[in-house]
Design a protein around this ligand. Sequence first.
Ligand code: CO
Length: 690
Amino acid sequence: MSDHNQVKITTMDYSKDRPAAENPVKIQDLTLRDGHQSLFATRGRTEDMIPVAEKMDEVGFWAVETWGGATFDTMHRFLNEDPWERLRTLKRYMTKTPFSMLLRAQNLVGYRNYADDVARAFVERTCENGMDIFRTFDALNDYRNFETVVRVIKECGKHFQGCICYSMTEPRLGGEVYDIDYYVNKAKDLETMGADSICLKDMAGLIAPYDAYEIIKALKAAVKPPIHLHSHFTSGMSPMSHLKAIEAGVDIIDTCMSPYAYRTSHAAVEPLVMTLLGTNRDTGLDIKQLAEINEILEKKVMPKYKHLLDDSKVSVIDISVLLHQTPGGMLSNLVNQLKEMDALHKIDEVYKELPRVRKELGQIPLVTPTSQIVGIQTVNNVLFDDEKERYKMITGQVKDLCFGLYGKTAIPIDPEVQKKALDGYERGEEPITCRPAEILEPELEPAQKDTEGLAQDLDDVILYALFPVTGKRFLKWKYGKEDPPPEVRARTLEQIKEEEDLVKLAKLGRLVKKVEKKGPPKTDALRTFNVFVDDEYFEVGVEEPGGSPMISYVQQMPAGVPVSAPAPVSPAAAPAPAPSKLAAPAAPAPAPSKPAAPAAPAPAPPKPAAPSAPAPADVEGTPLKAPMPGMIVKYSKQVGDAVSKGDTVVILEAMKMENALQAPADGTVKAINFSSGDSVAKDDVLCVIG
Ligand code: CO
């Protein structure tokens, strides 16, 4: 078959000869966004991107993805970093390579459709702060949700990349909804909208190599804009799919630098560079230059994040994706959610319920946020439904979806499910058919009012408009009105080293840590004691500067390890150990060794961990308990309010889905035990109705 796109191999001396390829495959690097989002929960910090930024700018990537997706949320929520600042900072180090971001269309970088005024302001400010390419997708592939943002992207003269979310209902291409015509028609829609390029976005690594070939071939024949393939490695197929897509004429491929590659991330760039070397589709990238960047990432950056990598499995691929045609990230969320609720044994029921719920909710693609919407509802059904009644606890997001707030589903939603979801729904019981944002009231001005005296500029206001609870908390940290908690601080390489050393010692059964406080100089009064801990021997020096003896060096053992301690020492006189830098998981602050001497007074009981509000014992009534762990979004009722059974009392966010919790009885709200933004555990008493 003679074919313009066919990959041609030439014979040459590669050490001397590397002519520019006729039609090079362009590479977009995802390390600084999707790479760390996939492998370590988007926890990558700006300070760890700077060491490679200038070198990556020299490589010759078509673009580098640096922003969007979950970065905006994670940065202000967990890293105490201003997302806007990252964009400006990286832009100072990377001046040549275009920046790309993942934009969730009208969902922007959040999990619901925002009003048009917020969407417009967000895209304008993003352009202003340095973004060049807007990879835009809608979870339902409903391009009416593109209208507002695309207009602004075009007005600002930036690159609009339109995405088609890859989805399937059968193990291979074809079956209900997602056949080749579906993708071709979507691409034509995007071309009509003015797409500068079109991306087939396979967020779960579902696309099989020969299906990739068929689709890319069909897209290349049907539309003019360059075609870009985004396929996660998760299932193990993506390097093969890349190659078949290249044979079919794909223009741009997404990869990661190798330390950030594979598992749920993307195939690495280096093998692809070598695969295409010398062909008419040679990337032209220099593998030695890539190796230098890898070295920095491997040695200076990755050690800080190793603890976040999922090392629970040896296998780097997840065949459950092949078995269930479901995004791996979604599956691991489901597993985590079931674990938190002590219901992991119900996982098979969840797998069975999932396709049913998806079909009932309109056979929608599974991508953020629809994967969570379908996933959490499935878990709720498995946990709370019984034979008599399905959809007993419907999340707020499923109600929104049934109302049409996310857009048009691929097939109509099951009418019975829709009716139940919209029963008493605050926006109305009749679903809408218009572009969702048309019914949303402007949100920017209210956000401006809410943040008066706190927000300093429009970027701050937008941050708050997108994430009211965590956004406000971040702005308080940013402007010094509240101290950020220690867990949002960065870890240093020194800390990592110290922890690794401790782990090594612990593995050898010799976890011994000295107090980091400088003791007074030793005097003649120093007396030496021999201390035996099981078979181990320690020498302990003790001296009496004033009245009571004082330990000049002590050992700390991990909590729970019974040790015989140096005697005779009064614990009251022992110097308090410096707070350990070791974040011992689950263990309380390391306590000094418990004295074995019966005469010694018992150490003060440890303080209770989190000051979680306990249920006041003296309030009588029916408690409303948290059915799952989560964060309080808001209480809809106040103390003293009369409620009827079934009224919404509190909105609880769990796994990013909002759950309206209802009054378990008629009565009056007697006590409210938490407030907006508080984290709660399963079965915490949220309020009492009496
Ligand atoms: Co992705």
